[in-house]
Ligand binder design. Structure first.
Ligand code: HXC
Length: 536
């Protein structure tokens, strides 16, 4: 060997190389051919993937990311296992396509499990690639998106696969509150693997193909004798409407991945970044007379709070989370006057908007997400109280309600409360009242803030008089009217500083937009401590 100069036209490299010059065009051709072979995958497995109604990992990344933005890392990685059937079968990528790319020009880190390679199962090398992606996302302050389609721990790699999962979970917890984490389930996601989406901030699922459970139907039958289908046990609708594990559910992969792009457009890349604002939309002077028509004055008539959201936010557009779960409370991301805001709202169209355990948990997690990523909160209140009942009490509504209370109390982002109609009892306090730290409380003239509704209050306060009355119905009507006049109006709370302003409903959008502008520089350092102990 001697020192020579190698000049292949576009690269000049000096180093210790063999005296004979390498054939660079041929080396490049070999590399390109190998990359093309890796990208193409096994044709029979790709056909099977398509015939199962699923796209391949690379097709999915093509839909998720901006065109030609994907930079792949470690495409040549292969496992080192000599487990049964593995030693002679060492496919490149090891079943996960990983790297970075952009969404609307903003950087994200991604990995997509490739079911055509060992059923997307996770072994040592596969896990190491995901670890790297999570590490890079944290270090670069960019969102991380995982596309899951996997048979779980690669059985032949045994405990190394379990170790790989542990490394993912640990990094996800490290990334929590640092960068947004999105998990998309596009096939099986079984066993402990399901804890990865559970640790993410948002989990998307696709109907029919996605399934997520700790133990599959066979184990369930063996243990309990009950036969269930994959869909019944862990399909998208089950997780989207009953367990609350899925944040968003879609019919097909294309719309699902398009929706992930939309969500990313509303999120900051990391906790230090201001959420991505667009140009102001003139909301501060926007008068919306329809708002007054949307909400019936009678406190027990239902209406759809989503219509109120649509009047308040820019372009009537908001991204609703957990649309099918705990539908008595609404959580959504939107822009108001160009600024991203997190909306929480009681939903009088479902169970009269009462707060129960799942609703409290749904809102609590959302409030915590918004607070972690600097997204201001706007809470629309129309709540009759917490749901009474044996099931609720035994199910832990005290603990679950406390989660929401804790989340709001801890939130240091700008907070605006809009009391649309009624706000009773503990639910009034919990829905971001002045006492737990809202920055700006706005009330419609029709609002009723009170310990309880008039009928209930009169029953408690005047039980003996009512029992002794010659005409109890007439007395009750008079007492209800007195209570309503005295307590169920916004002035009682406003005079005592619990409400900042009583606004014309038509000015709600303008008042919220002005409030968000007023609070844009809010900074509120928390007390010194390791961390609070939220009642999870
Ligand atoms: C190794 C696996 C695999 C796995 C699938 N494959 N899962 N290889 N380890 N976990 C392989 C199959 O052998 C097959 O290889 C190929 O992937 C496709 O799988 P099929 O069974 O043909 O596909 P399909 O009929 O669509 O069924 C998909 C499936 C099923 C439902 C996921 O493969 C399955 O039940 N797999 C096992 C699931 C499981 O029990 N995983 C472990 C969970 S415990 P060939 O060569 O034929 O193409 C776990 C613990 C994690 O994950 C704990 C973390 C804390």
């Amino acid at each position: 060997r001697r020192l020579v100069r190698v000049d292949d036209g576009d690269a000049r490299v000096l180093g210790l190389v063999p005296a004979t010059e390498p054939d660079m065009p041929s080396l490049r051709r070999q590399r390109d051919e190998l990359r093309a072979r890796i990208a193409a995958g096994r044709s029979d497995a790709v056909r099977r993937q398509h015939s199962n109604g699923k796209l391949t990992a690379r097709e999915r990344l093509g839909l998720l990311l901006d065109e030609d933005s994907f930079v792949e890392l470690e495409p040549y990685r292969r496992h080192r296992s000599d487990g049964p059937g593995l030693a002679a079968n060492r496919p490149h990528t090891d079943g996960v396509v990983a790297g970075s790319g952009t969404i609307d020009g903003r950087q994200v880190f991604v990995y997509a499990q490739d079911f055509t390679v060992f059923g997307g199962s996770l072994g040592e090398a596969h896990a190491a690639k995901i670890h790297k992606i999570l590490d890079l996302a944290i270090a670069n302050g960019a969102p991380v998106i995982g596309l899951n389609d996997s048979g779980g721990a690669r059985i032949q790699e045994g405990v190394l696969a379990l170790d790989g999962y542990g490394g993912i979970f640990r990094r996800q917890v490290e990334a929590s509150g640092v960068v947004p984490q999105i998990s998309v389930i596009l096939g099986p996601c079984a066993g402990g693997a399901a804890y990865s989406p559970a640790l993410a901030d948002f989990t998307f699922m696709v109907r029919d193909t996605a399934r997520m459970y700790l133990t599959g139907p066979d184990v369930v039958e063996a243990v309990s004798g009950r036969r269930v289908t994959h869909e019944e046990l862990g399909g998208a609708d089950v997780h989207g409407s009953r367990s609350g594990v899925a944040t968003v559910v879609h019919d097909d992969e294309e719309t699902c991945l398009a929706d992930v792009r939309y969500l990313v457009s509303l999120l900051p890349s990391n906790y230090l970044e201001v959420p991505p604002a667009t140009a102001a939309t003139g909301a501060k002077n926007d008068h919306r007379p329809r708002l007054a028509e949307l909400v019936p004055v009678e406190h027990n008539r239902p209406y759809d709070m989503r219509e109120v959201f649509a009047e308040v936010v820019d372009d009537g557009e908001f991204f609703e989370l957990h649309e099918g779960w705990a539908r008595n409370v609404l959580c959504a991301l939107a822009r108001i006057d160009g600024r991203v805001a997190g909306l929480v709202g009681n939903q009088p169209a479902v169970f009269a908007g009462v707060l129960d355990g799942p609703a409290a948990q749904k809102a609590a997690r959302f409030v915590r997400f918004c607070d972690a990523f600097g997204i201001p909160l706007v809470s629309f209140v129309d709540v009759p109280g917490f749901l009474p009942g044996v099931e609720q009490e035994q199910g832990g509504i005290i603990r679950q309600g406390a989660q929401l209370l804790h989340a709001y109390c801890e939130a240091t982002v700008p907070r605006i409360q809009v009391i649309v109609r009624k706000a009773y009892g503990g639910a009034y306090i919990v829905m971001d009242s002045r006492s737990i730290g809202t920055d700006l409380s706005l009330a419609w003239p029709t609002n009723q803030i009170a310990v309880m509704g008039a009928e209930g209050a009169v029953n408690v306060l005047h039980r003996r008089e009512l029992a002794a009355a010659a005409d109890p119905a007439a007395l009750r009507a008079r007492l209800v009217a007195d209570y309503t006049r005295e307590y169920l109006n916004p002035h009682y709370a406003a005079e005592r500083g619990l409400v900042d302003d009583i606004i014309d409903p038509a000015d709600t959008r303008a008042a919220v937009a002005r409030g968000l502008a007023m609070l844009q520089d809010k900074r509120k350092p928390g007390p010194a401590r390791k961390h609070g102990n939220q009642p999870i």
